[in-house]
Design a protein around this ligand. Structure first.
Ligand code: UDP
Length: 318
C-alpha cells in the first residue's frame, strides 16, 4: 500500500504542484480545498490519476478524510490582493484551519509539514533574513491578516509539536512564481506578465527600489520534498537569494516577453516590505538544497502558461 498524503489547499498554485510531486514520490494523495482562491483547473490533469482524490471542503471546520501518513497544510489565500479581500478567512484558516489540520496529524500519528512565509519577517530590519530573526510586523496594519495568521500558524504548529509530540515541519516560503499562478491574483510577476503580454503599462508601485528574491516553483517544491524527509522541527527558509529591485524585475519581464510596454509608477501599498532576501544557509546544510533556476530562465519557462492564460482571459471577456 502506498503511503497516503493529505494536501490542504491542494487546488492552489503551490498545493497543486506539491500534489504532482507527492504522486511522483510514490504517495497516494488526497487534496482538499474550499476553492476560495484555489482552482479546479490546477488539478484537472490529476483527475484521471488513480492515486489522486479531491474533496471540496472547508478545513475551518473539523474534518476527517480517514487515515493519512502525512499532512501537508498549504491552505490559505497567499497574494496580498486575495488576503486583503478575504482577511477574516485568512485569519481563520491560519488559526482554525491549522488546528484542524494538526488534529488530523495528531489523530493518525501522521507527519506534518506546514507552509509558512517570509511575511513572518514583516518589513525586515535584518538582511538577509535568517530563521532566527523574529521579524518586524505591524500587528494591526492591512497585511496583518496574513502575517499574523502565519505567525500564529507557526505558534500552533510548535505547540502541537511540544504538547502532543506531533512530528512537525515548518517551511518559510519566499516569493515563488511559475505556471498555475492566477493571472489576476495581484502578485508582481503575474501582474507584470499579464500587462507586458497585453501591451499595457507595467504598474511599478512606489519608485520600484523595494526588493524581492524570486524562486521558481520547481525549486521551491524540491525544497518542500527534502524538508518533508528531514527531522527538522524549527522553521526553514526556502527561497532563491538572488535579489532584484521591482523596477529591475519589470525590465526583465519586458525584455523576456519582447513587449513594447512602458513602466507606470503607482502608489506604494501600506507596509510594503522594503527588502526581502532569504538566508538559505540552513536549507543548504540541512537538506543539501540549492535553487537552480535563475529569474530570466524561470520567466522564460513561465511564458507559455501566461500567454495561454492571457488568451483565455481575452476569450472569456469576449
Ligand atoms: N508590485 C508592483 N506592481 C504590481 C504588483 C506588485 O510594483 O503590479 C510590488 C509590490 O508593491 C511589492 C512587490 O512588487 O513591493 C512584490 O509584491 P507581491 O504582491 O508579488 O508580493 P509581496 O512580496 O509583497 O507579498
Amino acid at each position: 500500500m502506498k503511503p497516503r498524503a493529505l494536501v490542504t489547499g491542494g487546488a492552489g498554485f503551490l498545493g497543486s504542484h506539491l500534489c504532482d510531486a507527492l504522486i511522483y514520490e510514490g504517495y497516494s494523495v488526497i487534496a482538499v480545498d474550499n476553492l476560495l482562491t484555489g482552482r479546479m483547473s490546477n488539478i484537472d490533469h490529476l483527475r484521471r490519476e488513480g492515486n489522486f482524490e479531491f474533496q471540496q471542503l472547508d478545513i475551518n471546520r473539523p474534518f476527517d478524510v480517514g487515515e493519512v501518513n502525512y499532512v501537508f497544510h498549504f491552505a490559505s489565500p497567499a497574494s496580498p490582493v486575495d488576503y486583503m479581500i478575504h482577511g477574516i478567512e485568512t485569519l481563520k484558516v491560519g488559526s482554525l484551519g491549522t488546528m484542524h489540520a494538526l488534529e488530523v496529524a495528531h489523530k493518525y500519528h501522521a507527519k506534518y509539514l506546514v507552509s509558512s512565509t517570509s511575511e513572518c519577517y514583516g518589513d525586515p530590519l535584518e538582511h538577509p533574513q535568517k530563521e532566527t530573526y523574529w521579524g518586524n510586523v505591524n500587528s494591526i496594519g492591512p497585511r496583518s491578516v496574513y502575517d499574523e495568521a502565519k505567525r500564529f500558524t507557526e505558534a500552533m504548529t510548535m505547540a502541537y509539536h511540544r504538547y502532543h509530540k506531533v512530528d512537525t515541519r515548518i517551511v518559510r516560503i519566499f516569493n515563488t512564481y511559475g505556471p498555475r499562478m492566477q493571472l489576476n491574483d495581484g502578485r508582481v510577476i503575474p501582474n507584470f506578465m499579464k500587462q507586458a503580454l497585453r501591451g499595457e503599462d507595467l504598474t511599478v508601485y512606489g519608485d520600484g527600489s523595494q526588493t524581492r528574491s524570486f524562486c521558481y516553483v520547481s525549486d521551491e517544491i524540491d525544497g518542500f520534498i527534502r524538508l518533508s524527509k528531514s527531522d527538522e522541527h524549527q522553521p526553514v527558509n526556502i527561497g532563491n537569494p538572488d535579489e532584484f529591485t521591482i523596477l529591475e524585475c519589470a525590465k526583465r519581464v519586458i525584455a523576456i516577453t519582447g513587449s513594447s510596454s512602458k513602466i507606470r509608477y503607482e502608489a506604494l501599498p501600506q507596509d510594503d516590505p522594503k527588502q526581502r532576501r532569504p538566508d538559505i544557509t540552513k536549507a543548504g546544510t540541512l537538506l543539501g538544497w540549492q535553487p537552480k533556476v535563475k529569474l530570466d530562465e524561470g520567466l522564460r519557462m513561465s511564458l507559455d502558461y501566461f500567454r495561454q492564460a492571457v488568451g483565455k482571459d481575452v476569450a472569456a471577456r469576449a
